[in-house]
Design a protein around this ligand. Sequence first.
Ligand code: ADP
Ligand code: MG
Length: 625
Amino acid sequence: MGKTKTTNQWENIPFKTETREILNILIHSLYSEREVFLRELISNASDALTRIQFELLTNREVVDPEVELGIWITCDPEAKTLTIRDTGIGMNAQEMSENLGTIAHSGAKAFIEAAQTHAETISDIIGQFGVGFYSAFMVAESIEVISRSYRPDETSARWVAHGEETFSIEPSEKTERGTTVIVHLKEDAAEFAQEDRLRSIIRKHSDFIPYPIHLGESTEPVNEQSAIWRKQPSTISDEDYNNFYQQFSLDMQEPLLKVHLSVDAPVQMYALLYVPASPERSIFSLRKDEGLKLYARKVLISEYSKDLLPPYLRFVDGVVDSEDLPLNVARESIQSNRVIAQLKRVITNKLIDSLKSLGKDNPDKYIDFWKVYSRYIKEGFATDPEAQAALTPLMRFPTSKSPDGWVSLEDYVTASPSHQDKVYYLLGDDVRLMASSPHIEAYKAQGIDVFLMADPLDSFVLLKLDKYDGKELVNVAQVEAPTPSTDPEEDQEENAEDQERVERLLNRIRSVLGDRVSDVRSTKRLVESPARLVDADGALKPELQRVYKMINQTLDEKPKVLEVNLQHPLLIQLGKAGAGKPTTRLVIEQLYENALLLEGNLTDPAGMINRIQELMSAALGDSHD
Ligand code: ADP
Ligand code: MG
């Protein structure tokens, strides 16, 4: 790093204020993952190689048109230097001054702000904001960049910076095309002059750089180069897929699902997507955030792109690589890019299709997926109107016939009798309680299956799902539920005397329960149970009631209607019991609270115990009579 003998216009040029601020942050950062600087320098070399490769397609009038496109890395532990050389497009003095001395205005401001507010995640910030080259200052005392532009009439130059204040540029002797970056390492960064250390960093961060990376004397490139996602799926074993996933994520659990796509229209794309065994990342995971790794022509554009999938599919991890994305797609403009929108559409559709197929071809595996990720799919269904049709086939719920199983709407409809023109469901909190709910007795008796919706999110789903395959979805707890085929003759047989007796009984129950119920009436829809609670006419839909409760909205709940089964022995006896008998009141109270309990709405279980004990003593007393 000799000084030029004569002062010239290129000496001690101050860095722009914002660059200085960034360098200051990086030089003094205590960031522990400093190794990412190498990834950044390699990625710059790779960018430069891609650009010359592009140029060479149409222009052979360049310096060294035949030279191998590659990256050479050497280190000197004694001198504590690390050298990264490429045969890329190169820079002249002017370009060095511009590219290495300043930083895009918006990017700089955003980086400084982000670095101040999220100091912990500075590595992602480094990647995202294009401060790549400067990250070398985390490990460097000084940096030299020697470069020869591809344009034959240019001269080569050498750029040097010792710190955050100034840089200098002077002529250089370099004759071969490309750029050499020499990092003079800080005292505490000597590890980066160890070949073994460098090899593992390259394998970890730059394995799929599409140009050979030569390290030290070794003749074989250290990087894999050919990206697995660009290969033919038929040539890749399950083990290869899992190995790649582990290398990529450090998640030691096998992924639940992988989807490998190679698409040509409407947009060219390779994608290798994984559904992790669990949506929670371990602290050892290499993937620190949600989003897909996005490459444009094998060059990494974004480590965590959140623009390629709808938010509800955020648990998906993997790589997307498109030939149709412009390489210079500025990082801030990714979201508004038209190709990105197309990629998102294709990836989302293909992913949902794969899940659908899995549900058909490997139902057990699909249920494993559903148990872990149903809340994401339901979230998508409830929040993304465009996705509803596509997501409906992914839904699974237990039913009254298989309370431990998971039934799709399609299978439900296929299995139901041809005359059944509705899809029935019950909302609740506990599948086991629901399976023995009085609400489904009449359906059971007729052999009709009922979906048991016990997940809090099901209410949100039901608010958007009112029909399937032309069949209306009906809540069996609502008054409008259909009557079983009853004999109309039967009704008429009831004589006036009977009706009076019934009215007396209902009135007695009404007077005991008071305004805890809006009414008491008889029903023929119960088979084994003595009573059930149903919504009063004009009450809020049950799913809305649940949604309101869940978002902590207080709502004026209309008291429910108690429906009683007059055929039930308990009611028959109650009808006969003398009005003055003290246990009558207790029995009515208990009847009501049993129904509350089955709804999952009992609020005073201790009070119920007391009453049961009173009833027990009364029963024992009776038996002594
Ligand atoms: P980014 O790569 O996001 O543009 P960097 O800070 O990593 O940001 O690099 C700044 C600029 O310096 C690059 O855009 C490029 O123009 C130039 N540059 C850096 N390294 C090289 C290289 N090895 N060959 C050619 N140009 C380079
Ligand atoms: Mg870069």
